[in-house]
Write a protein that binds this ligand. Sequence first.
Ligand code: ATP
Ligand code: MG
Ligand code: MG
Length: 377
Amino acid sequence: MSILVLGSGQLARMMALAGHPLGLHVQAVDVADNKIVDPISKDVINCTLDTAINEANVVTVEFEHIPEALLETVHASGKLKPNVESILTGADRVREKTLLEKLNIANCPFSIVTDVEQLDAAMEKLGEKLIIKASRDGYDGYGQWRLQDKSQLPKLKEALSKLDLQKVPLIVEKMLSFEREVSLVAVRNVEGEFAFYPLAENLHYEGQLHVSIAPATEVDEALNQQAQDIFTKLAESLDYVGVLAVEFFQIGQQLLVNEIAPRVHNSGHWTMQGAETCQFENHLRAVRGLPLGSTKVKSPTAMINIIGCKDFDRDMLSIPGCHLHWYGKTARAKRKMGHFNLCADNYKELAKVIGALSEYLPAEYFPMLKDEAIRLA
Ligand code: ATP
Ligand code: MG
Ligand code: MG
């Protein structure tokens, strides 16, 4: 059985690793040049795109920003899962917001801007503290601008006037102050059955995910249900198949959707050690029409991204419950190079392990990890 993944980064790699024991052979498409590659070794496979699509049982994606022509070709093959509408919705914030509004799902107040001169009206409506997002191609906080007050508006207008906003509009959002960020990663199969992982709590630094703690603490039944209801509504309306992630801002006991990701997700990496079946295996099972695996939690887990560094101190592996996933990529600032999953029997023990790991990590992790360790202890 073979599965073709559009995109050849770490998510395709982790799908390939998870598929191997099940006898699922995963190949990837480098979307920059449509070459077929082995997602683990990155070796180019001598095979055309058309042949790879013909030979695959199913085609899926590891990220949503797929070039239009490639997405169209794969959609036409009838093998794409999740479907093209789901991928386009995750890739375009205007479509995403339109769907959330249509389904009456609470989300961050926003305006759609197709001309810089509309920014004044957006500020009138939403307040002076804004976060402005390109509606396409953004991730890890790229393609975003933050505005603290009105005085910064002229300079921002000048910068944004270089963009073609008719073609790629901006989503202007109110800068919310929320208690925390959580996400729900879950999977839906072709028969419409769901398997939910518990909510994860996500800690960001400069718009990029650094740490996830799962299961999130202080989640009562009502909050969990609220997240699952929103997830179900979205997945059913898209007739979604595979793993989907929904990012939320929590304000009091209310969840507002930030965005959705039609794929396996960084905030689900903890499942590789922390859950009975990891998100990558469950995604493959769903798209391949196999029974879904249990999402039962094995142990509370902290997932810590390794960002930007060439290498790290391997002594970290002496920390009990510390598991490393290294992606083998060339280092670049802000690039996700790998992650640790830290597992423990309970949150108190997890706090200790986080404390031990934080001794080794770069400065920007310290406040975040220290605070988290204190909170969990
Ligand atoms: P991802 O890598 O998750 O796809 P992205 O580039 O698509 O990221 P968002 O998830 O929209 O960007 O935003 C990144 C982070 O910026 C959020 O997780 C949150 O911490 C912060 N953020 C985004 N929108 C808002 C908002 N309206 N108010 C306050 N903070 C926000
Ligand atoms: Mg995003
Ligand atoms: Mg996000």
